[in-house]
Unconditional design. Structure first.
Length: 476
């Protein structure tokens, strides 16, 4: 798809193409209205001129007839001058009428007026004409009046025709304007939608890339197609993605190396403290036994933290491989309770397990690590002598696994972030071993691999975490 060199040029081209049909319609309508106005003006002018001219002809014919009859009845030849003056005005009126757009009927009537008036004038101006000849000349004036009436009637018909023609032209112009609007509407809508897609597409790609980078998904290349300036912005986002991916690889490489390097001396500490606690090297006093158990408990805690770091690093680079088989939740809970026995006893905590026996299709080790992280987190934040509840409740095709403690709970502004890697809330647990902030992120990874979900529920006291797992595991 072709794009202009810059985003402003794309906007300008879009606005120009959208405006062109509208400008064309406006110009066409302006020309039509101007033509209609000019025709109306000409029609009105010609109608006024035709009406005045035909009326003037009729009045002059009447004046000539009146003067001629007075000459004949009174026998006064001196009134010939008045007749000649009216006759000159008649010639002027005829000349003006000829300049108007007359039809053939009006032209013949006008010629008849001129011809017959000349014959009448010839008889009136003849000094040797008898009274009979003058009387015969005068009786011809009604024919002139009839011809003048024909011109007036034809002028009225002409005005009616022009008015009808103007009405038809106005209707045609209105129809053309309506069809133009109906034709332009889909064109403009098409252009608006098309350019909106062209403009929104690279913006959506940039927004998707930013959301992807913000969500920590660095494996998908950033591709932005559009104007060159937006493509350049996409290239910079791709450069940022590669830099973040490199940093992420370095971080996980460091975590793996440090975790492996810490496991060797930690294994020696744990084995030594276990030998001491089991009195392999000699009998211990009660105080010595307590110290040995504390050393063993904390070495176990450190080993869990290191394993959590290793699991988190592996989950960032490899798809979690599931070893699906029928697993009893009761056995998983029992194993986790046994693993946490020392930690529970050191803080005088009680474990309240309830719910029916449930069999799920899952990875037993991942399920153990998930529950172990939740229980370990509850132990850290529970008060001395408190109770931790573990409940299982099947519901249709899923089973809910709830872990509830009596600690300080999670602040409302931190509820959305507790499952993020390395996030540690403001409320820290008391103890010698500090957490890494990845236990709950590992829980989220493992539960998602099983096709389930994990969420923090509202609770009047402490934290209430619910894991929902399908009774039948995801397809391998």
């Amino acid at each position: 798809m072709y794009y202009p060199r810059s985003f402003p040029v794309l906007l300008g081209a879009g606005l120009t193409l959208i405006a062109l049909p509208l400008v064309f319609a406006l110009i066409n309508n302006a020309v039509t209205v101007d033509q209609l106005a000019n025709r109306s003006q000409n029609a009105v002018y010609q109608a006024v001129q035709a009406t005045q001219s035909s009326r003037w002809l009729a009045e002059l014919v009447t004046a000539l007839e009146r003067t001629a009859r007075q000459m004949v009845i009174l026998g006064e030849r001196s009134m010939l001058d008045t007749y000649q003056a009216n006759r000159q005005r008649l010639e002027q009126a005829v000349a003006e009428s000829r300049r108007l757009p007359l039809d053939s009927v009006q032209e013949r009537a006008l010629e008849e007026i001129v011809r017959e008036e000349q014959e009448i004038y010839a008889a009136l101006s003849n000094s040797s004409a008898t009274e009979k000849q003058l009387a015969q000349a005068v009786v011809r004036f009604p024919a002139l009046a009839d011809h003048a009436q024909v011109i007036t009637a034809r002028s009225a018909e002409l005005i009616d025709r022009e008015v009808e023609a103007l009405r038809a032209t106005a209707d045609q112009a209105r129809s053309i304007t309506t069809w133009q609007l109906l034709a332009l509407a889909p064109v403009v809508v098409f252009l608006v939608v098309g350019f909106t897609i062209l403009i929104a597409r690279p913006i959506r790609q940039i927004d998707s890339a930013i959301r992807m980078l913000g969500g920590g998904k660095f494996n998908t290349p950033v591709v932005v197609s559009g104007p060159q300036d937006l493509e350049y912005l996409g290239e910079r986002l791709e450069w940022l993605r590669q830099k973040l991916l490199d940093l992420e690889e370095q971080k996980n490489r460091f975590l793996r190396q440090m975790s492996h390097e810490l496991k060797t001396p930690l294994a020696a500490v744990r084995e030594g403290s276990q030998l001491l606690a089991e009195e392999v090297v000699g009998k211990l006093s009660p105080q010595q036994r307590e110290i040995a158990e504390i050393l063993l408990h904390n070495s176990i805690e450190l080993q869990k933290q290191i394993e959590a770091l290793l699991n988190y690093g592996a989950s960032q680079f490899h798809k979690v491989a599931l070893d699906l088989k029928p697993v009893s939740l009761e056995r998983v809970v029992s194993r986790v309770a046994g693993d946490q026995r020392l930690a529970l006893r050191s803080r005088d905590l009680k474990l309240d397990v309830s719910g029916p026996q449930v069999l799920v299709t899952a990875d037993a080790e991942m399920l153990r690590i998930t529950l172990d992280n939740l229980v370990s987190n509850a132990i850290k934040f529970s008060p001395q002598g408190g109770t931790i509840g573990i409940r299982t409740s099947p519901n249709g095709s899923h089973v809910a696994l709830d872990v509830v403690d009596e600690g300080p709970g999670v602040p409302p502004d931190e509820r959305e972030r507790i499952f993020e890697p390395f996030f540690q809330g403001t409320r820290q647990a008391a103890g010698a071993v500090s957490g890494t902030g990845i236990g709950l992120s590992v829980v989220k990874e493992y539960v998602a691999a099983h096709g389930g979900s994990v969420e923090l529920l509202d609770s009047t006291r402490g934290a209430h975490v619910r894991v929902k797992l399908p009774l039948v595991g995801p397809a391998a």
